[in-house]
Design a protein around this ligand. Structure first.
Ligand SMILES: [Mg+2]
Length: 230
């Protein structure tokens, strides 16, 4: 199967941001009257859009979150990421070894994606091919964002390979009729092994295979493209 485009999720794949985001998210929800731990945020909201997450929480609370909750949360996460997020180990070297077109498709807002990629030193490797869920109607697990990215990159969905670390992300890629690999190399997999999606769960959601060292990716792409089993 020819592979024309590799679509990277950002958080938990390109940058090691999930531990930071979930900690800040849990702190702010708790302060707003919805007591929750970082582990629980991992379980329930990893890889999902904030619109969907907030809707679910408001339904349980039986009231609206503060009007400025979303904006404050996004600001707090970005501020924290801007000073402390790290690129996934070996990500820049690995991207340099990939010959196909590449792009980013993330549930985050553009400012968050840009801040993270710049700090990780890989922004210029992707720009301007950086797509955000804010550009489409429905976030992951719906296929909209991946289909949008493929269209903008002029690639057929069947010839796209998605790299995702979350269950909703894997489901979104499959719904877009794309091949998807489940990546398990982020710090949240090491620090919260019980909360992070297990290989079996990623495979069940539709991942072709899982891997935990980003350096494995170029060889996996070659194998998929030449029809070999992983
Ligand atoms: Mg992710």
């Amino acid at each position: 199967m020819p592979i024309d485009l590799i679509i990277f999720d950002c958080d938990g794949v390109l940058v090691d941001s999930e531990v930071i985001s979930c900690r800040v998210h849990a702190e702010m929800l708790t302060r707003a009257g919805y007591a929750i731990t970082a582990d629980q945020v991992f379980d329930r909201f990893l890889g999902r859009s904030s619109v969907e997450s907030n809707r679910e929480i408001e339904a349980e609370l039986g009231r609206k979150l503060p009007d400025d909750f979303d904006a404050s949360l996004k600001r707090a996460v970005i501020d924290e990421l801007a000073t402390s997020v790290e690129g996934m180990p070996h990500i820049a070297d690995t991207l340099a070894r990939i010959s196909q077109k590449i792009c980013v498709a993330s549930s985050g807002i553009p400012d968050k994606i840009r801040t993270s990629l710049i700090r990780a030193g890989i922004h210029d490797r992707f720009a301007p091919h950086i797509f955000s869920a804010s550009q489409v109607k429905r976030g992951k697990p719906e296929p909209d964002l991946f289909l949008f990215a493929a269209r903008r990159m002029d690639a057929a969905p069947e010839h796209c390979l998605v790299i995702e670390d979350s269950i909703p992300g894997v489901m979104a890629a499959r719904a877009a009729r794309m091949t998807v690999l489940g990546f398990r190399g982020g710090a949240h997999y090491l620090e919260h092994p019980a909360s992070a999606p297990q290989p079996a769960a990623l495979l069940r959601a539709g991942a072709l295979a899982t891997f935990d060292d980003i350096r494995q990716l170029p060889a996996m792409i070659d194998k998929i493209a030449s029809g070999e089993t992983l």
